[in-house]
Design a protein around this ligand. Sequence first.
Ligand code: PMV
Length: 350
Amino acid sequence: KLIESGSHSWSSPSNIALVKYWGKKESQIPANPSVSFTLDACKTTTTVKYKRLEQPNSEFSFDVYFEGDKNEAFKPKIKTFFKRIEGYLPFLKEYHFIIETSNTFPHSSGIASSASGMSALALCLLTIERDLSIPLEVTEEYFNKKASFLARLGSGSACRSIEGDLIVWGKHTDIEGSSDLFGSKFPYKVHDNFKNYHDTILLVDKGEKQVSSTVGHDLMHNHPFAQERFKQAHNNLSRLINVFETGDLRAFIEIVESEALTLHAMMMTSLPYFILMKPNTLEIINKIWRFRQETGRNISFTLDAGANVHVLYPESEAKEVYEFINNQLVVYCQNGHYICDRIGFGAKQL
Ligand code: PMV
């Protein structure tokens, strides 16, 4: 269809991996499968306005506005994304795009916006494709799969942000429907213990990431422990199937904390090597362990490729754990800043 102009808006959440994706092959194919909680409060809102060009361009034509201001810094990443998805969205060079984007979390919070940002952008572009194509009955399942497929080409973990609340990405023999190409809902029973699970993100270091994830994933090439690590991720995901079914929070804690520490262990043992935890990261981890030992509360932590700590706990223990966070952990946060988030249900069209 020949459409001159239009506009679409989506908001898309961030996600936190329980079994980590670290290491990739060509075309954003993960070296191992991963699983994540979709978040709720941490999200990106993106509007894409499109206007037909007089003549198709040889280059992509777009402007980016971040939180109201014209932004040049995001353009190279978006251009790379456009290049990768051009074959699946062939209209990209026929239109000029204005991409307006903002985050609910502070830009300099050390929280990566690539998952929420790239998934929101993928969804806007896919909705534009729907405007331009001959009306075809597309099921929601197909739409979500394609959105996730496209988002993966922007940033691997972004493919886990389209839906909620528990998303698997990467082929795993025990998980029906799992694929390297897109994220999909965890297909088996999930115990009520995991309903409304909390994630309080303690902002230990709000600085720019020391290691970009592109560089990070590359470190797994020729990594001496790579093969063992990939095997371990498969095993941990297998174990989680039973944990989710039975609601075994102790086993959940063991797997999730071990995954977080292994991610950092991989970084410490690659060449070049990095230490991304800060002294306060370790202070927090030790405090969490002590509190768990003393009170029996099912509190645990996970980490991304940075110093911030995600504190995970079930809804039924939220009051006590939240008090503990406030009384004992907030002192380790930069300017006392933290974000209260919880498990969420995916992107929304606005
Ligand atoms: O999506 P990327 O390429 O930014 O990689 C994300 C990697 C981790 O956040 C460290 C782990 C994960 O599975 O999200």
